[in-house]
Design a protein around this ligand. Structure first.
Ligand code: MG
Length: 391
């Protein structure tokens, strides 16, 4: 029996990122008999080594502090859920959105932002390190799985969404996906919403993780209007509710309010702007996906609260110090003695050093250290530098 391929663009808005108008892959490939191009991108990401590492990478709390905190993997899955809901409501490309969201954090170092800041400092003289750019590097270069091309050879639209921020200096080296940062243009609506779904996911799950850790309290959070409003509403509706369910219902109410606002506001913006197709979306000076001014402000207040009360909490800061010791120690060790890295990294270091000198060797070391999970980095540090380091 011959399988008739379904039309992956069926039911989508004309201004969605369509497969029929895709800019395609870097290395051209024959189409698949029954999977669309963005579906294949999603599948390649899920099968990648970098994706499996996300389960042992810190979001805010180090993996071994507790089994119930978000990791990069569960964070990425929550981003997908939120983004797919929004995509479906706006008739945008759900498959593409899913691929972008699953890949958005692949370039993160061990130990969350603390690890990225340390690695960036180590790379100061060699072009710096930025997790967002590294996510693109993982899918374009570092994954080694396919016989006919390096990386995962994803579609332009998926890569466009992965590169959500980029300095002008770095943009010049990124080819087609870097151009919009130089020209002041927008990415597809799918990329715009994936970016905001990331923010919605972490602001809300960090409330839950923060409360679970005891580093912030419900009383503290009641100073944040977005939380307070939903918390009051749940208390009014359910007088006899467990503390855990109260927190979950509150966070659920917050996500619902923010996501509904985003869908309504974006739909109004789209109706007003009347975009014709994805190229029209890209040529605009500002994004069409966004919050109402009121929710934008409320969401920012929540973000500020988390920054001052949770991310800069003494206990989280302690992790930052240890992460810096480990990441910097490993970088310096492998930079001065590259032969201590596994054979495939040593081979790459030789090639890149020949091409780019010290900067080439530094880049290979950064790729290796960035790819480590928290526990791999910790055990490498203990084995090679200090057996007694506590974490
Ligand atoms: Mg993220």
């Amino acid at each position: 029996m011959r399988i008739i391929p379904p039309n992956p663009d069926a039911g989508l808005a004309s201004y969605a990122a369509l497969e029929s108008t895709s800019h395609g892959r870097i290395y051209s490939e024959a189409s698949h008999p029954y999977r669309g191009a963005f579906q294949r991108d999603r599948d390649r990401i899920v099968h990648s080594t970098a994706f499996r590492r996300l389960v042992y990478k810190t979001q805010v709390f180090v993996n071994h502090e507790g089994d119930l905190y978000r990791t990069r993997l569960t964070h990425s899955l929550e981003v997908v859920q939120i983004a797919r809901t929004i995509a479906r409501a706006l008739a945008l490309n759900e498959q593409l959105v899913e691929a972008i969201c699953l890949a958005h954090d692949l370039g993160h170092t061990p130990f969350g932002h603390a690890g990225q800041d340390s690695l960036n400092a180590c790379m100061r003289d060699y072009g710096g390190f930025e997790h967002n750019l590294q996510s693109l590097r993982v899918v374009d270069v570092l994954e080694d799985k396919y016989a006919e091309f390096p990386g995962l050879n994803l579609c332009y639209e998926t890569r466009e969404g992965i590169l959500k921020h980029c300095s002008r200096r770095n943009a010049r080296e990124q080819g087609d996906v870097g151009d919009r940062f130089l020209e002041g243009k927008q990415p597809s609506l799918e990329a715009q919403l994936a970016n905001l779904a990331d923010e919605i996911a972490y602001n809300n799950h960090d409330v839950d993780d923060g409360l679970r850790s005891g580093l912030i309290t419900v009383d503290d959070l009641c100073s944040v209007a977005l939380f307070h409003e939903q918390h009051e509403a749940v208390c009014r509706k359910f007088s006899d509710i467990s503390e855990r369910a109260l927190i979950h219902e509150t966070v659920r109410g917050m996500i619902n309010r923010i996501v509904t606002d985003l869908i309504d506001t974006s739909r109004d913006e789209i109706n007003l702007a009347k975009p014709t197709d994805v190229e029209d979306i890209r040529s605009r000076p500002r994004p069409l996906i966004g919050f109402s001014p009121e929710v934008y402000k409320e969401h920012r207040v929540l973000k500020k609260f988390l920054q001052t009360s949770l991310y800069r909490h003494e206990r989280v800061e302690q992790m930052t110090v240890r992460a810096n010791t480990i990441v910097t120690g490993l970088f310096e060790l492998f930079f001065s003695s590259p032969e201590k890295m596994p054979a495939e990294h040593v081979a790459r270091a030789v090639i890149l050093e020949r091409e780019l000198g010290d900067a080439g060797r530094a880049r290979v070391v950064a790729d290796y250290v960035a790819g480590m999970t928290d526990r791999y980095a910790l055990s490498a540090y203990r084995r090679l530098l200090d057996a007694d380091i506590k974490f």
